[in-house]
Write a protein that binds this ligand. Sequence first.
Ligand SMILES: Nc1ncnc2c1ncn2[C@@H]1O[C@H](COP(=O)(O)OP(=O)(O)O)[C@@H](O)[C@H]1O
Ligand code: SF4
Ligand SMILES: [Mg+2]
Length: 434
Amino acid sequence: MNNKRGDDKLTPLPATANFLPQDDPISRTEDPVDQDEIDFVAPIEGHAASVADPNAKPILEVRDLKMYFPVKSSGIIRRTIGHVQAVDGVSFQVPEGGALGLVGESGCGKSTTGRMVTRLYEPTSGTITFDGRDISRISTRQLKPLRREVQMIFQDPYTSLNPRHSVGAIIGAPLAIHKVLPRNKILPRVQELLEIVGLNPEHYNRYPHEFSGGQRQRIGIARALTLQPKLLVADEPVSALDVSIQAQVINLLQDVQREFNIAFVFVAHDLAVVRHFCPEIAVMYLGKIVEIADRDTLYNRPNHPYTQALLSAVPDVKQAAIGGRRERIRLEGDVPSPINPPSGCRFRTRCPIAQEICARVEPPLLQIGKRHKVACHFAGELGHHPDRPVTAPLLGVDDTGAPDPGATPTTMAGNEPGYSDTWYDLERKTMASA
Ligand SMILES: Nc1ncnc2c1ncn2[C@@H]1O[C@H](COP(=O)(O)OP(=O)(O)O)[C@@H](O)[C@H]1O
Ligand code: SF4
Ligand SMILES: [Mg+2]
C-alpha cells in the first residue's frame, strides 16, 4: 500500500462516515516508516516534578474493582472452565489534575485497570466514580458523553493509529463524531492541536506511516486532547519508543497536564518512568495493589519486598531506599498464572522472606503512614522486616496464620480508596495520626 502524498496542499477533511472512532481497537500497518521528509522536533526541557495536592477533590475513585475474563473449554460446547483474575479488587483515587502511577510487571493487570477506567471494559464488579458519578455500569448511550471527558493513550504508536486515515482525519474524528465544532472549524482546531504536541500543523494531510514512533505518539496525544478531557489514561505511552525519545514525550505529557489541568493514570512497567510524572504511585502484582504511597515514601522507604525488588532495578534511586544495597534484588521464577493465583499472598512464590502465614492468609492493604499503604504480613524497610507478622494480631490469627481464639481482631484493615487520618504505626504497634 502506498498512500504517501507528495503535495502539502490544504484539502478538506474526509467525510464523517470515514472517520474512525478514537477508541478503535487498533489497526495494524506493515508499512515501513519513511522519515526522510519529517522535520525533527526539538525536545522540550526544564521540568520540575509534578507535585501532589492532598486537598484536591478526587476526579476518579475506584473501589474494589475486579475484572475476571472467562476461560472457555475447547470443543463444540464451550463451557467456562475458569477465570483469569486479571484485576482482583483494586481501589485508588486520582485528584483533579493529579497523576497516579500504576506500576508492575507485564501481566499484572495494569492495562485491564486502565481499560475499565476508560470503560472500554465493563468491570466484573466494583465501582468507578468519575467526577462524582458512578460510571461502572452505564449503557453505551450514556458512555458517549463520557468519551469526551476520559481518554486513553495507547502503548504502541505503530498500531494505535489507523494507517488508512490522514492525521487530520484521525485527530479531527472525535470533533466530528461528537459534533463539537462546525466542519469548517475542525481543520484549524486540528492544526492547533498539532502545534500543541510539537508537530508541523501543515502535516495534517500526511499518513501515520510518514511519521517516526515519537511523532506518532504525539499524534496519539493530540487525538486524546481533542475533546479537552478531564482524565487521561496513558498506558505505557513511552515503552515502545527509543530511550532518547521517551523523555521528550514525557515532557510533552507533563506540559499538557499543566496547561489543561488534566488528571492522569499513568501506566508503566518500571518505576523509573513514573518517577518524575506521578506524585503518587501504586505497585501492582497479579491483579492487586501491593503498595501505594506518595512518591517520596515509595522511593525512599518502600515496605513491600516486591517494591524493593522493583526499585533495586532503577539505577538512580538513592541507595538508602534499598537498604544501601548496590546489587539488584533478583526475583526467582515467573509470575504465576492469574487463573490459579497462589493462596494467601500472591507474591509468596517469589518472595525472599515468605513464611507460613503468607500461604494461609491474604495480607490486607494496611495503611501504615499518612499516605502509605502496604499489603505484607512482614512489612518493613529492606533489611528491617519484622520476625513476626505485624498483621497477625489485627486479623485475629497466630504467627502461622491459624485462628487465634484469644485474639481480638481489629477491622481497620480494609480496601478503601484514598487514605484515612489514622493509620497503624508499625514501629509502635498502635494507631497513629498526623
Ligand atoms: N481480553 C482478555 N481475555 C483474557 N485474558 C486477558 C484479557 N486481557 C488481559 N488478559 C489477561 O489478564 C492479565 C492482565 O493483563 P493486562 O491487564 O494486559 O496486564 P499488564 O497491562 O499489566 O501487562 C494477563 O494475564 C492477561 O493475559
Ligand atoms: S505477605 Fe509474605 S509472601 Fe507476601 S510479600 Fe509479605 S512476606 Fe512476602
Ligand atoms: Mg499492559
